[in-house]
Design a protein around this ligand. Structure first.
Ligand code: SF4
Length: 252
């Protein structure tokens, strides 16, 4: 098989995956946006982190940022700053590309995340991975995924204000280090914490907001979608806005 045939098969596989993803969301039509109609354009994944980019310090951004994240993790240490440390098995710091243009911020680790020490690896995590991989045609390693609190709240309850207050400085440092172009806030707790608002996710979702100068798209949490699959279509609408924004950035 030559290179052209190989490329064609890869594009066909990407289109098939996205159509299957839409079908799973109950979307039966195909939009004619430039992104949809440009299968030969380089996937978003391949456009991030140009290796030739050098920061003002002369250091490659990936080295500077991964070092920065490591420093934040070191500062967090074996944290006992709030009562959530009592029930945790592992701190779930976050994972992904230190140079990510796109960061997902959720609420806190669940049982599976607590066991593995990794964010979004349970059933809701699989749904998020589908959104990233099948919906956005990215790899999980291309984005960064983290939570408002790094330890599992007992019984998956919402984190309490004192817990958020204790843990949020580390999220802020993570986001300052990565400095992404876009943040996707997942669910009520994440979005309310980031935006310092009492407004609920139902009215906030789908509307661009700003967090510290970074564009922020609020949308439903994947765990909510597991309980309310009919709202997957709304999340897809929000994700399409993010995809369009990434495309606009690419053309600038
Ligand atoms: Fe520390 Fe955050 Fe865990 Fe609380 S949730 S113990 S502040 S790491």
């Amino acid at each position: 098989m030559d290179e052209v045939q190989q490329e064609f098969l890869e594009i066909a596989a990407q289109v098939k995956a996205r159509l299957e993803y839409r079908r799973a969301l109950g979307v039966s039509f195909v939009e004619r946006s430039s992104w949809e109609c440009s299968p030969v354009a380089a996937p978003v994944a391949s456009r991030v982190n140009p290796a030739t980019t050098v920061s003002l310090s002369g250091e490659k951004p990936s080295a500077a940022r991964s070092g920065g994240l490591a420093a934040v993790r070191e500062e967090l240490g074996d944290c006992i700053r709030c009562k959530l440390h009592k029930g945790r098995k592992n701190i779930v710091f976050g994972e992904g590309n230190p140079d990510a243009e796109l960061v997902f911020v959720g609420e806190g680790p669940g049982q599976e995340e607590d066991l593995q020490g990794r964010p979004f690896v349970g059933a809701a995590g699989q749904l998020l991975t589908d959104i990233i991989v099948k919906g956005m045609q990215l790899k999980r390693e291309d984005v960064y995924i983290c939570n408002i609190v790094k330890c599992r709240p007992p019984g998956n309850r919402n984190p309490e204000p004192d817990e958020v207050e204790a843990c949020e400085p580390f999220l802020i440092k993570q986001l300052q280090t990565i400095n992404p172009k876009i943040i996707i806030g997942l669910g009520n707790v994440a979005v309310k914490t980031l935006l310092k608002t009492k407004e609920g996710i139902t009215s906030l979702r789908g509307n661009w907001k700003t967090y510290q100068g970074i564009r922020l798209m609020p949308t439903f949490h994947p765990a909510y979608l597991l309980r309310t699959p009919s709202d997957k279509k709304l999340v897809w609408e929000d994700i399409k806005k993010v995809i369009a924004e990434i495309e606009k950035d690419r053309k600038r």
